[in-house]
Write a protein that binds this ligand. Structure first.
Ligand code: SAM
Ligand code: SF4
Length: 328
């Protein structure tokens, strides 16, 4: 078991396998895209598998694959299959925009992927286009329904944005009436690749919940330990919904997560900077034991919460890097 300096058990790794993406979501990237990392600077699949094996031996039992868009990286499916077989890894989850996922669904079911978080910010084709700047709604919509019928647990991620998709909150809640799906409303964060691009008015958790409660009869659900969302359901609806206080950061107290960026940099908090580069360590010949020691040192200096992590940042590095570079 690995504990951080605040006594929190760390058992969840978020692994961003690429920073490349085929969408340009307003809250994540500028229209012109971001400067992508050279392919040779990305962690290779072999390097990722080595790190996961090393971390799993120390107590990491869950991995979330994210990016960028995981399914734009070549050979992702054989990699996922190997990942599900790593000793000690009990859950492999994926976050995807759903534009390229559908052809692999059967393979993902067969290899035992535990859950898929599908990012979908609107159920309206036009609003989807305005947010993602790509006309690809129909594929994602089809993926959503195929996922809900599959054996893979499905969650929907919707970033709540003033003036962009508030109308959709109600439609997503209505989706939970007939489908056993968990919709998660996410507070927008400043990680959009452009200083000042975000919305003027943030919708914090309280406002999102108040908005829902004004229209539906809401019941609180019990949150699992280290859950990123505060969870609820509408009375007699099949599915549930959650709110992720990603910006107001009221969930840091039992955070069990670490992140590896596509370049192999370890982030012990989403709001912090990279603390060690495991890719460089591996390419310079470090042993597994040295990797574990470096991980433990980093976790011994972990910020208490996202506010402390943000304060510790080098002030020259703006907090507007894209989520695709960090790994959402
Ligand atoms: N491309 C995949 C996708 O969109 O699901 C995986 C990577 S994406 C960076 C991971 C998650 O981060 C998505 O659910 C996305 O909505 C969320 N995200 C990206 N930028 C964000 C921001 N500025 N604030 C809040 N959530 C954000
Ligand atoms: Fe791409 Fe995901 Fe970022 Fe949208 S949120 S631009 S789909 S990485």
């Amino acid at each position: 078991m690995i504990l951080d300096n605040h006594g929190r058990e760390i058992n969840y790794l978020r692994l961003a396998i690429t920073d490349r993406c085929n969408l340009r979501c307003f809250y994540c990237m500028p229209q012109s895209g971001i400067q992508y990392i050279n392919r040779s600077d990305l962690l290779s699949y072999e390097e990722m598998l080595r790190l996961v094996k090393v971390f799993a031996a120390e107590g990491i039992s869950k991995v979330r694959i994210t990016g960028g868009e995981p399914f734009v990286r070549k050979d992702v499916v054989p990699f996922l299959s190997k990942l599900t077989q790593v000793k000690g890894i009990l859950e492999v989850n994926i976050t995807t925009n759903g534009t390229k996922t559908l052809p692999y669904l059967k393979q993902l079911e067969d290899m035992g992927i535990n859950s898929i978080n599908l990012s979908l910010d609107s159920l309206n084709k036009e609003r989807f286009f305005q947010i993602t700047r790509r006309d690809i709604f129909d594929q994602v919509h089809e993926t959503l329904f195929a996922l809900m019928e599959s054996t893979i647990k499905t969650k929907l991620n919707m970033v709540v944005m003033d003036g962009k998709n508030i109308e959709d909150i109600e439609s997503f809640i209505e989706l939970t009436k007939h489908y056993d799906v968990a919709v998660r409303f996410i507070e927008e964060m400043p990680f959009n690749g452009t200083l000042g691009q975000g919305n003027q008015e943030l919708w914090p958790m309280k406002k999102i919940l108040g908005h829902i409660e004004s229209k539906f009869q809401v019941e609180k659900l019990i949150d699992q330990k280290s859950s990123t969302s505060k969870n609820f359901k509408v009375k007699e609806y099949k599915g549930s919904f959650g709110i992720i206080p990603a910006f107001t950061r009221t969930i840091c107290g039992d955070c069990n997560r670490i992140r590896l960026t596509p370049k192999g940099s370890l982030r012990t908090c989403l709001y912090g900077e990279g603390v060690i580069n495991f890719r460089d360590m591996m390419r310079n010949g470090s042993t597994d034991k040295e990797i574990v020691s470096a991980l433990k040192v980093a976790l011994n200096h972990r910020a208490k919460n996202g506010f402390e992590a943000e304060k510790r940042r080098d002030s020259n590095i703006p907090i507007s890097e894209s989520m695709a570079t960090i790994g959402g």
